[in-house]
Design a binder for this molecule. Structure first.
Ligand code: TPP
Ligand code: DXP
Ligand code: MG
Length: 626
């Protein structure tokens, strides 16, 4: 048999119904080979996908995608699903511009039923899909695959609360690998470890169910009777699980790499025709030596050498590392400083802080619970601590009400480190950090800084900690500082100006785009650049300085509507400015690509800025100097 014979033969997911267990075992091996080979070349989420190979095969073997639906929580683990639902031919384009998304997308396939990328949405998604099927009298079950990390997100409990009473044929598959990106924290992780240790209960239940399900006619009423007495029995012999108390049939724990057990339990769950929770135990990174040894490192990987497991590009200093190390330096001198993350310890550079201060209770990994993290930060501040919440821009979107209600109305002094601000690249629409500045501009009493390099990040963090009253935030991009800005030092005020009003054109910008604006001003005379250091509250002195120029182009690597640029131009108008002012910003969702390619496509690199200015220049001719 050729190396990929079975996978190559799968043209439609329905073909998996006819595979023998031996063939499915072989298919699992083929999938793992493709996953490691492809992700080593494209980058992506390897460990999570290696952990659900058998689960994906079993789901497609037991469910019929002509009527049943599967949704994936976060969706970063859906690569095998994509390979088995008609997208093998495009799989080498994974996460590339114009290629397959790294997450489920309805536009990509009829088998992708709901968008994913942000955690803990799958139960709401599954419930809505199932209710629509019921109301439209469409047959079929809906299954939601949820990782134990995603299970720490609040929306999951909102989902359990609504589904448990619904009686719907909805199967929640809890994929328990004891990991989020790092090791899973919290009481839920502890609870799962307890119920993982009770396989006996599951065996008794399975045998009883099989016996009754096999009985004609009397089977169901007898089964309901037995089920009722079993519930009583369980309360006597076994403590029921939290899930059963909420109205789910609990099936598990099941070995998530044992195809026969998986097929048994999925078939049983579908036949029970009620809310079920299947608890599967898997190994994150299974089947590839290096990811088994270090699943955290292989959660999200850039290109790597498959033979050695080593990354192909050395990851040097970056904004997250600089942030984490500067925060640690401050915290060593100030015991009021606490750090909070929502399951993104390494992504936000907090691992240094955690190593030093976890034991002393000044470090919190609250799980995938950004809303909770925001309000916890506010209450720590209310209690006299100096909390710093580090969070990706895109995930901060979860905290809009907490920012307004818990943090700003009675302003709490805390700091939010907004990482991945701006275009992030391969994760695409669900992860671009382009909305935070617009969202925060609604929040009164909040100060927002935009460092353009490591020096400013350190400086602005200290300013946020010790010179700002009320909530302060600083936003910085994924990756390293622009080489052209290494060591740049402005005057540390609310804005910096490069060039004076003797130039006709002024480009106003902030953050990473300052490098592109400077480059544009080097390529064409007559251009000055104003870099905002403080975005909120908008520095009126910067607006005043800008009004001396004949024409102004505001360039923003962020959404136009409600963004800083819009506010700057309206403040300019209020000064009675009679020049020409334009805003060049982002007008919609930004699909996956490399960051440079996205910035170029959006006209946010130096070439794009010069093109803007030359188009704009045409409107300059009718400008009369005052
Ligand atoms: C709201 C939100 N916060 C944070 C993340 C970042 N994130 C992506 S996957 C992941 C861990 C998921 O763990 P789990 O659900 O257990 O899946 P596994 O990778 O273990 O299969 C996190 C924190 C996210 N996608 N969404
Ligand atoms: C799936 C998810 O949300 C995270 O894994 C995210 O992709 C991490 O992004 P970074 O690679 O920028 O840390
Ligand atoms: Mg997990």
């Amino acid at each position: 048999m050729s190396s990929n014979e079975i996978l190559a033969s799968i043209k439609e997911p329905g073909q998996l119904h006819r595979l023998s267990f031996l063939q499915m075992e072989k298919l699992a091996g083929e999938l793992r080979t493709v996953l490691v080979d492809t992700v080593s070349r494209t980058g992506g989420h390897l460990a999570s996908n290696l952990g659900v190979v058998e689960l994906t095969i079993a789901l497609l073997h037991c469910l019929s995608l002509d009527e049943d639906k599967i949704v994936w929580d976060v969706g970063h683990q859906c690569y095998s699903y994509k390979l088995l639902t008609g997208r093998r031919g495009r799989f080498s384009t994974l996460r590339q511009e114009g290629g397959l998304s790294g997450f489920p997308k309805r536009a990509e396939s009829r088998y992708d039923h709901f968008i994913a990328g942000h955690a803990s949405t799958s139960l709401a998604a599954a419930y809505g899909l199932k209710r629509a099927m019921t109301l439209r009298r469409e047959p079929g079950a809906v299954a939601a695959v949820v990782g134990d990390g995603s299970f720490t997100g609040g929306m999951i409990y909102e989902g359990l609360n609504n589904i448990g009473k619904s009686g719907e044929n909805l199967i929640v598959i809890l994929n328990d690998n004891e990991m989020a990106i790092s090791r899973n924290e919290g009481a839920l992780a502890k609870y799962l470890s307890v119920i993982r240790s009770k396989p006996a209960y599951f065996k008794i239940k399975k045998n009883t169910e099989h016996l009754l399900l096999g009985m004609p006619v009397v089977g169901k009423p007898l089964r309901d009777l037995a089920w009722g007495s079993k519930m009583a029995l369980k309360k006597v012999i076994y403590s029921t699980t939290f899930f059963e108390e909420l109205g789910f049939a609990y099936l598990g724990p099941v070995d998530g790499h044992d195809l026969k057990s998986l097929c048994d339990v999925i078939t049983q769950a579908k036949a029970m025709n009620c809310p079920c929770l299947i608890h599967v135990r898997t190994q994150k990174g299974k089947g590839y030596h290096f990811s088994e040894k270090n699943p955290g490192m292989f959660h999200g990987v850039s290109k790597f050498d498959a033979a050695s497991g080593r990354p192909l590009s050395a990851s040097g200093e970056n904004f997250s590392e600089v942030f984490g190390k500067e925060l640690l330096r401050c915290a060593e001198k100030d015991e009021k400083i606490c750090a909070i993350t929502a399951a993104m310890e390494h992504g936000t550079g907090l691992q240094h802080f955690a190593r030093k201060f976890k034991a002393s209770g000044r470090y919190y990994d609250v799980g995938i619970a950004e809303e909770f993290a925001a309000t916890l930060s506010a209450s720590l501040a209310a209690g006299g601590m100096l909390p710093v919440f580090a969070v990706y821009s895109t995930f901060l979107q979860r905290c809009c009400d907490q920012l307004i209600h818990d943090i700003a109305i009675e302003p709490q002094h805390l700091v939010i480190g907004i990482d991945r601000a701006g275009i992030v690249g391969d994760d695409g629409e669900t992860h671009q950090g382009i909305f935070d500045a617009a969202m925060l501009s609604m929040v009164p009493n909040l100060t927002l800084f935009a460092p353009a390099n490591y020096h400013e990040l350190r400086q602005m963090l200290r300013t946020a900690l010790y010179e700002v009253k009320g909530p302060a935030a600083l936003r910085y991009p994924r990756g390293a500082e622009p080489a052209s800005l290494a060591g740049w030092q402005g005057d540390g005020g609310a804005y910096d100006m490069v060039g004076g009003p003797e130039n006709r054109m002024l480009v106003v910008t902030y953050g990473r785009t300052f490098a592109a604006a400077l480059e544009a001003s080097r390529q064409q005379d007559d251009i000055s650049v104003l870099k905002l250091n403080r975005l909120l509250p908008l520095p009126v002195e910067a607006v005043r300085a800008a009004s001396a120029f004949e024409s102004i182009l505001f360039v923003e690597e962020g959404i136009r509507s409600g963004g800083i640029g819009m506010q700057f131009l309206s403040a300019l108008e209020e000064t009675g400015y009679r020049g020409t002012a334009k805003l060049h910003a982002i007008d919609g969702f930004v699909p996956q690509s490399t960051v440079p390619s996205a910035l170029h496509r959006l006209g946010l690199d130096s070439e794009g800025i010069l093109n803007c200015l030359s188009r704009f220049g045409g409107e300059m001719s009718n400008f009369r100097k005052r």
